[in-house]
Design a protein around this ligand. Structure first.
Ligand code: PGA
Length: 260
């Protein structure tokens, strides 16, 4: 089960970032004794040299990379630079990048392919916005995002991808956001699974984990466990070590109890 912390542009000082990471690490060892949880922290890239060191407790990811490996692109970060540090994952196509930076499906597809070529696991974000949801287009939007994002990604490569279903309107930074109800998350994951099945067949599509993101916190996380969800992409609640660890702890307890 994946627990991915997306710190976005937080915290705004290195000192706070170090503290947050230290508090997370201190608590993880107690909570994740079974090692069932794969915990991934995605801090702002500028902190990586000070934070991302190999360790047994958690892995690191970047929140974005440039769509090409090398070149004159002011302000961007190459995947090769990220690989200098202990980076195993990269968030690709987050809705905030689409919304504020006009990131297109074509760039998202290039980034996914670049990650795979460099053995970095892409966390491929998809999800409908409020307007699309209200006009009944969720299914169509999800299928199209999957189709475009996975262009020229073959059967062998696609197994390395994590799909993050994040309805845009459920992300806590959105105005009037609210967590998605678990039934509609289940419905969306069924659509995603079908789209993957059509593209890659049963065996391969069954190996692609789907995680959920959008206002997940320690009080609602258990509502999403079960169904097709294999983890969470957590924004604001990951900025508090206690909350982030509670999310992990509660989920693991429910999972372990469910296995008995
Ligand atoms: P949130 O963010 O948990 O604050 O809603 C999730 C995300 O944007 O990945």
């Amino acid at each position: 089960m994946y627990f991915i912390a997306n710190w976005k542009m937080n915290p705004v000082s290195l000192k706070e970032a170090k503290n947050l990471l230290k508090n997370i690490k201190t608590r993880i060892s107690k909570v994740n004794k079974s090692k069932i949880a794969k915990i991934i922290v995605c801090p702002p890239a500028i902190y990586l040299p000070k934070l991302a060191t190999k360790n047994k407790l958690l892995d690191y990811g970047v929140q974005n990379i440039a769509w090409i490996q090398q070149g004159a692109i002011t302000g961007e970060i190459s995947i090769l630079m990220a690989k200098e540090f202990a980076i195993k994952y990269c968030i690709v196509g987050h809705s905030e990048r689409k919304q504020f930076l006009c990131e297109s499906d074509r760039y998202i597809n290039e980034k996914i392919k670049l990650c795979l070529k460099n053995n970095i696991i892409p966390i491929f974000c998809i999800g409908e916005n409020l307007e699309q949801k209200e006009s009944g287009q969720t299914g169509k939007v999800l299928k199209e995002q999957i189709f475009q994002g996975l262009q020229n990604v073959d059967q062998r490569q696609v197994k390395k991808i994590i799909i993050a279903y994040e309805p845009v309107w459920a992300i806590s930074s959105q105005q009037n956001s609210q967590p998605s109800n678990p039934d509609s998350v289940l419905e969306a994951t069924i659509i995603i699974k079908k789209a993957l099945l059509n593209l890659y067949g049963r065996e391969t599509s069954g190996q692609i984990p789907i995680i959920y993101g959008g206002s997940v916190n320690k009080d609602n996380v258990l509502d999403y466990i079960g169904g097709n969800i294999e983890g969470f992409l957590i924004g604001s609640a990951s900025l508090n070590a206690y909350d982030f660890i509670s999310i992990i702890e509660k989920s693991l307890i429910k999972l372990i109890q469910g296995d008995k």
